[in-house]
Design a protein around this ligand. Structure first.
Ligand code: 8IG
Length: 272
C-alpha cells in the first residue's frame, strides 16, 4: 500500500484524523489523553506505566510506514494508566528514513486527532557535556533544528517560545531533582556528526545531538499539544568521546540504562 502522505495533494490532518479513527477502532479506546514516543533506551516504560489494552502493527494504520532500523519499534500500543487515563505509544519515523517530513510528524498529528493533549517525546542521543556519563537522562529545554525544513505547511506562524513545557519540566524534576536540562540539536543523520560539527553544535548553544524530536515538537506545538522532551545520553558525541561511535554500543548503553530510566519515566507519567 502506498502511503497517502506522499501525495502532496492530500491533507495530512485528514489522514491523521483517519489514522486516529482506526486506532480508536483497533484499541477499543475512543479517546487517548497522552502520547509517547519511546526512543532508544526508553522502551521498557511501556511495560511499567499501566495495563496494555491493545497492541497492533502500525502498518495497519493509514500513514504509518513499515519498520526500518534494528532497535526501533513499529508497534502501536494503547495503555490504560494506573490513574485511569489512556496513553498511546506511537512509533517514530526518522527524517533519514526518507519517507518525507509528513511521515516524521504523522504520529504527533495522529495523537492530536486521537484527543491527546500531552505528548512525551523521548530519544537516545549524543552528549556534549563530558560530565554526563552514558546512560544519563536529560530533560530537553529547547532545540535547534539543523534539518532546515519546517513540518508546517502553509503560512502558520507557530510560536515556539515555550515549546518544551516549563510546567512539565518542573513536574519531571519533582520526580527526580537531579535531572539536568539541555538544548537538543537535531541533525538529519543517519551518519553521526563529525567532531567539527559537534563543536559547531556546542558553539551555537547545543548540549545534545540527535536525529529526531525537534520536528515532532514543532508539529506538536502547531497542534497545541504540551510537550515533554527527554533524552537518554547514550554516548558522548564524536570527538568528545575519543573512540569511534557504533550503533551497537549505543544500543548497549541504552539497554544498560533502560530499567532505570523507564522507571523514572513511568513515575513522571503517573503525575501527568
Ligand atoms: I543514540 O551522537 C545517538 N543518537 N546525531 N549523534 C546523533 N544522534 C545520536 C547520537 C549522536 N547518539
Amino acid at each position: 500500500m502506498t502511503n497517502p502522505l506522499k501525495d502532496p495533494k492530500t491533507n495530512p490532518f485528514e489522514i491523521a484524523t483517519a489514522a486516529a479513527e482506526q486506532i480508536a477502532k483497533l484499541s477499543g479506546v475512543a479517546k487517548h489523553e497522552i502520547a509517547l514516543t519511546l526512543g532508544s533506551g526508553w522502551g521498557k516504560a511501556a511495560e511499567l506505566i499501566g495495563e496494555t489494552v491493545a497492541t497492533f502493527d502500525a502498518s495497519e494504520v493509514v500513514g504509518f510506514n513499515p519498520p526500518a532500523v534494528v532497535g526501533h519499534s513499529t508497534t502501536i500500543r494503547s495503555i490504560r494508566l494506573h490513574n485511569g487515563k489512556h496513553a498511546l505509544v506511537l512509533p517514530r519515523s526518522h527524517w533519514y528514513e526518507g519517507h518525507g517530513i509528513r511521515s516524521v510528524v504523522h504520529p504527533v498529528r495522529t495523537a492530536a486527532a486521537a484527543g491527546v493533549e500531552t505528548v512525551v517525546l523521548t530519544n537516545g542521543c549524543g552528549g556534549l557535556n563530558p560530565a554526563w556519563k552514558p546512560g544519563t537522562p536529560i530533560l530537553i529545554r529547547d532545540h535547534i533544528s539543523l534539518v532546515y525544513k519546517s513540518p508546517i505547511e502553509g503560512a502558520n506562524f507557530v510560536d515556539l517560545t515555550d515549546a518544551y513545557s516549563k510546567r512539565l519540566r518542573d513536574l519531571a524534576r519533582s520526580v527526580d531533582p537531579t535531572l539536568d536540562e539541555g538544548v537538543y540539536v537535531q541533525f538529519t543523520g543517519p551518519h553521526y556528526e563529525t567532531p567539527a560539527e559537534v563543536q559547531m553544535a556546542k558553539a551555537i548553544g547545543g548540549d545534545l545531538v540527535g536525529m529526531s524530536t525537534a520536528l515532532e515538537t514543532i508539529a506538536a506545538r502547531e497542534s497545541k499539544l504540551e510537550v515533554l522532551g527527554l533524552s537518554l545520553m547514550t554516548n558522548l558525541a564524536a570527538g568528545i568521546q575519543t573512540t569511534p561511535l557504533s550503533h551497537k554500543e549505543v544500543l548497549e548503553a541504552g539497554k544498560e540504562a533502560e530499567g532505570r530510566i523507564s522507571a523514572l519515566l513511568a513515575e513522571i507519567i503517573a503525575k501527568l
